[in-house]
Write a protein that binds this ligand. Structure first.
Ligand SMILES: [Zn+2]
Ligand SMILES: [Zn+2]
Length: 282
């Protein structure tokens, strides 16, 4: 029985490996099918599909959309998407643009509070396209405005603090509707990230299912055995599909490897057939 990996990031979002590199790593790990699920983009899929065809690995077109969940985020994976769907591409483009609008607004607020720093400095320190609040915190530390990242967040950057700017995120229902409209299958990513379990998680998943959710990422690199068991029960109880993946990012998460996660991840290829059937029903 060969393994699959339905959650992988590349240089098209915050991963450090190109799609072709990820496919080569998958080949070496004995992965027979995989999904590239870059954050808020489908732009890496043509490269991945090309490499997959060359190496004999099935590539499922995917994405991972960040949506709003109260104070935090809920990530929705989409599988078997039509990556040329113009509406999906437009929506994802807007999400990416909102990331780039947020940072300069935070800097503006800090400047108004009398803290001298520029977005150019923050970008230079980050050194990647994926710039966020941790980088702003580091510049604040370097300038001596705060003594720790925690202080930077507590005083300025955290929700409710002086320079906080909320991210513009879609509701989960919207994200799932975009995926469905592009003939994709929406799946709740890493349920362990959701600050709920037991009855709370059941209620959330019931609501998400009513809004279009089709599956749960039961198998995940950092899930403990009892979590995997809980999510498997949940999926069975709500008649949701079961998926799994490593959430490989390369250097950003150095302990996670393609296909095997931290070494004990095993996502069976048997999970693929029900997912394909659901996709074909669209
Ligand atoms: Zn995620
Ligand atoms: Zn991810």
């Amino acid at each position: 029985m060969s393994r699959i990996d339905l959650h992988l990031h590349t240089t098209y979002s915050d991963g450090s490996r190109s799609p072709a590199d990820v496919l080569a790593l998958a080949k070496a790990a004995g992965v027979s099918a995989l999904a590239i699920t870059d954050h808020d983009t489908v732009d890496g899929l043509p490269d991945a599909l090309e490499a997959g065809a060359r190496l004999g690995i099935e590539v499922i077109p995917g994405t991972e959309i960040s949506s709003r969940h109260g104070e935090s985020e809920l990530h929705i994976l989409g599988y078997f998407l039509d990556c040329h769907d113009p509406e999906l591409r437009h929506r994802l483009g807007q999400l990416r643009a909102s990331r780039h609008r947020r940072n300069p607004r935070i800097i503006e607020k800090l400047n108004e509070l009398g803290l001298a720093l520029t977005y150019e400095e923050v970008k230079a320190l980050a050194g990647t396209d994926s710039v966020g609040r941790p980088h702003i915190a580091r510049v604040l530390m370097e300038r001596g405005y705060v003594t720790s990242a925690k202080e930077a967040f507590d005083r300025y950057l955290a929700e409710g603090a002086a320079a906080y700017v909320p991210r513009e995120l879609p509701e989960p229902a919207e994200a799932m509707a975009w995926i469905r409209a592009a003939r994709g299958i929406p799946v709740l990513a890493h349920p362990s990230w959701v600050k709920a379990n037991g009855a709370g998680l059941l209620k959330l998943c019931e609501k998400l299912k009513a809004e279009g959710l089709a599956g749960i990422e039961v198998h995940y690199s950092t899930h403990k055995p009892q979590q995997t068991a809980e999510y498997l029960n949940l999926a069975r109880r709500l008649d949701l599909l079961v998926t799994g993946g490593s959430d490989f990012h390369g250097l950003t998460k150095p302990d996670i490897e393609v296909g095997v996660g931290r070494g004990n991840l095993k996502v069976s290829e048997k999970l693929l057939e029900p997912l394909k059937k659901a996709a074909a029903l669209h």
